[in-house]
Design a protein around this ligand. Structure first.
Ligand SMILES: C[S@@+](CC[C@H](N)C(=O)[O-])C[C@H]1O[C@@H](n2cnc3c(N)ncnc32)[C@H](O)[C@@H]1O
Length: 248
């Protein structure tokens, strides 16, 4: 088990589909697909996703692209493989993985939040750059930038045949002068053995827009900033950095 990863991606990974259901990603996956296609100079056929998790976005995007899905957590790759058996899955760290080939597009969704320092964020950006063909687009979609962050609580969960889950999520910032925030989760897990409660802490990175732009343009990308806001009753929003690699 990777000590850096939260329990949701390690010992509790099989609970991911009842925490976060693939159907809930349809609208945002459509938005990201359009961003990738509209900003690219070539037709987009192959896409690399870094930090693909349980493959929820992928479950929608795979109808349009040939997807290669990279994640650090073996348990999450297992979940994604069962949802997306037709996609290529690779175990790897977005800060250092090198596949030796280029893709028409690169997609980095909320997993980029696990980059806690400028150095790690820069390494993830470099990974996207080296896997992107000239004229292609990389999308980076952090949940927040420093300017949009506010502490919040949220609850949710789903029911499936064998398992049900409800969670309380509490996002707060113990030290506004650093580049991380903390999310504490309480999970209520129900299966044939009854109901139990588990606690999990996720520490995620939070950077000013200017830092994102400095790192992306420093790598060579031409950048456009956009925002995604889910249509109610769905919730969720994120900042989207549409990063084009010059050339053809
Ligand atoms: C919230 S989940 C991603 C869910 C995904 N957006 C989806 O559509 O299902 C975050 C994922 O980031 C992965 N992750 C965290 N740090 C990583 C790293 N350094 N490299 C690759 N994946 C990483 C975790 O293993 C986890 O699966």
């Amino acid at each position: 088990m990777d000590p850096e990863l939260p329990r949701l991606y390690t010992d509790l990974a099989k609970w991911w589909p009842v925490m976060s259901a693939p159907d809930d990603y349809a609208e945002e996956a459509g938005f990201y697909r359009k961003c990738l296609v509209d900003a690219s100079r070539h037709p987009v056929k192959t896409v690399l996703e870094l930090g693909s998790g349980g493959g929820n976005n992928a479950s929608h995007m795979k109808a349009h692209f040939e997807l290669t899905l990279v994640d650090l957590a073996p348990g999450m790759l297992r979940v994604s493989r069962s949802l997306n058996p037709e996609c290529e899955h690779i175990h790897g760290d977005m800060r250092e993985v090198r596949l030796g080939r280029v893709f028409d597009g690169v997609f980095v969704h909320d997993a980029v939040g696990y980059m806690l320092t400028e150095e790690d964020l820069g390494r993830a950006i470099e990974t996207a750059w080296v896997h992107l063909r000239p004229g292609g687009t990389a999308l980076f979609c952090p949940d927040d930038v420093r300017e949009t962050f506010s502490p919040r609580t949220r609850h949710g969960g789903h029911d499936r045949m064998l398992r049900s889950l409800r969670y309380l999520e509490w996002v707060w910032d113990p030290d506004p002068s650093d580049t991380t925030v903390t999310t504490d989760f309480a999970y209520l897990l129900r299966d044939k053995d009854g109901v139990r409660i588990e606690y999990d802490r996720h520490v995620t990175g939070l950077f000013r827009r200017a830092i994102w732009l400095k790192l992306l343009t420093g790598q060579g990308f031409l950048v456009d900033c956009r925002g995604f806001e889910a249509t109610p009753p769905d919730d969720g929003s994120c900042e989207v950095f549409v990063a084009a690699k010059p050339g053809r």
